[in-house]
Design a protein around this ligand. Structure first.
Ligand SMILES: [Zn+2]
Length: 307
């Protein structure tokens, strides 16, 4: 596509954002962060540790160290940090320049460490099934100020079977219909099975804390690399090779166009230890969400980021 000098910059931005699609054959320069004039975006998270009465550090009542390590891991991944599992030298890989911060104050403006422990066994709660609305009955902080993460006290036989889920942002980005966007009144946030939160020695492909990285990708608007299982319209990002089947495991294979698929992409179901990349167009999609979704945008200036 040629750009003449009457082409308005806002139109260019519009085009760049929506060029993140397999429909486009032309490659355009990628809009890199900082898109919003902020060098590094900070987003506040609260970890609601839902447990069944265990001591701190036992079972679902996760230790503070494990929670801190999980936050460190997601930041290594979003920052493509050198000398960590989140580093890559792929030409399409990017540093999202996003860091997650444990909330420094609660909704009453009292100082906290970003961890909210709830003993669910002493509360009577309606069962709405395994979803955000169920866990929001125990704790749910203003989603325009906090990213609510619930670690869920599932039984051990769910290990490696139930990992996590996230609600997605409702925007006009193509493919939004493939995200679990909340209906009016629904709770927004991320559920992570406690066994998959942080690092552990479980015998499983998902033990290095990448479940949260993947779910945060959805929360910020990313699709699986296979999107709706369609070679033409999959994840709306040109720099993730098109694939129309679920990607898991640790071995690459040929995608739609004969290109090798990107096994290390966080938006696959790949093994945690091979994941190491968000692409520049995925990051561009995240920045569109941060810029345009009211509830995600306000997180960047949340009072919970400061004491
Ligand atoms: Zn997913």
């Amino acid at each position: 596509m040629k750009i003449n000098n009457r082409f308005h910059w806002s139109s260019l931005l519009f085009f760049l954002v929506f060029s993140c699609s397999k429909e486009e054959n032309t490659k355009m320069p990628i809009q890199e962060p900082p898109l919003l004039g902020i060098e590094v975006v900070h987003l506040p998270v609260v970890v609601h540790v839902i447990h069944t009465g265990e001591e701190v550090g036992v079972g679902a009542n996760l230790s503070k160290e494990r929670i801190l390590r999980q936050i460190e891991i997601i930041n290594e991944d979003f920052r493509r940090k050198e000398k960590t599992r989140g580093y890559n030298e792929h030409p399409d890989g990017g540093d999202a320049k996003i860091e997650f911060v444990l909330a420094k104050s609660n909704p009453d403006s009292e100082p906290i460490d970003g961890i909210n422990r709830i003993n669910m066994s002493i509360k009577e709660i309606n069962d709405l099934g395994y979803n955000q609305n169920h866990y929001a009955q125990f704790a749910y902080w203003d989603p325009s100020k906090y990213i609510n993460i619930w670690t869920t006290p599932l039984p051990l036989d769910t290990e490696c079977l139930v990992l996590g889920s996230a609600t997605g942002p409702k925007t006009d980005l193509p493919g939004t219909q493939l995200l679990a966007t909340p209906k009016q009144g629904d709770a927004e946030g991320i559920l992570i099975n406690w066994m998959h939160f942080g690092e552990s020695n479980i015998v499983c492909h998902a033990r290095y804390g990448r479940t949260l990285t993947h779910e945060m990708g959805h929360f910020l608007g990313l699709l699986h690399t296979w999107g709706g299982h369609d070679c033409e319209l999959n994840d709306y990002c040109d720099d993730t090779p098109a694939v129309d089947e679920i990607v898991f495991g640790r071995n690459s294979f040929e995608g739609c166009s004969g290109e090798t698929i990107m096994i290390g992409n966080y938006m696959n179901y790949s093994d945690d230890d091979v994941m190491n990349i968000f692409t520049k167009e995925q990051i561009q999609r995240i920045y569109y969400v941060l810029d345009n979704h009211i509830g995600r945008n306000s997180l960047m200036t949340s009072p919970a980021l400061q004491l």
